[in-house]
Design a protein around this ligand. Structure first.
Ligand code: CA
Ligand code: CA
Length: 169
């Protein structure tokens, strides 16, 4: 543990990142090495995109598996952990809401679905999948999906499990 914590001390703002993300020190250290390797491979790309390690860890923290301990020992005055269901939903919603206006428009849905599905789907099929998805979620009929509508349409889905990456313990 001694060598691990002294190495972790090299990470800028390590204490704050640990608090915010809930990662163990060992996991955070592993991520940090990975981050540095990526940064080198990309020849400073991450740096130029202003992705610092804290931001990188915060994004990945959404995918940290939920452990039972978190729920029982959590101080209710603290903000919800990044891997809570609500924060996972918010994170997913932001991936769709490209212009960040708080709604997923039909066009945004189409763009994201196009990225997610393979080439085997024709444009026509994609348009009809998009229409169906938006229509199913759109309760107030404004043609777009709000965050409320988005979370409601995913109510029955086990987001906690689907959005977990086991290696991020
Ligand atoms: Ca939008
Ligand atoms: Ca709507």
């Amino acid at each position: 543990m001694g060598s691990c914590s002294s190495q972790a001390a090299l990470i800028p703002d390590v204490d704050q990142i640990l608090r915010e993300t809930g990662f163990s020190q060992a996991s955070l250290l592993r991520l940090y090495h990975r981050f540095q390797a990526l940064d080198r491979e990309e020849k400073g790309y991450l740096r130029s995109q202003r992705v610092d390690f804290a931001g990188f860890a915060r994004v990945l923290a959404h995918f940290r598996p939920v452990d039972e301990e978190d729920a029982t020992t959590r101080d209710p005055k603290q903000p919800e952990p990044l891997n809570s269901r609500m924060n996972k939903l918010r994170f997913a919603f932001q991936l769709y809401d490209l212009d960040r206006d708080g709604k997923i428009s039909r066009n945004e849905m189409l763009q994201v679905l196009r990225l997610m599905v393979g080439v085997q789907v024709t444009d026509e099929q994609l348009e009809s999948i998009t229409d169906r998805t938006v229509q199913e979620a759109d309760e107030d009929g404004d043609g777009a999906v709000s965050f409320m509508e988005f979370s409601k349409s995913l109510e029955k889905m086990n987001i906690e499990q689907k959005m977990s990456i086991r290696i991020l313990k």
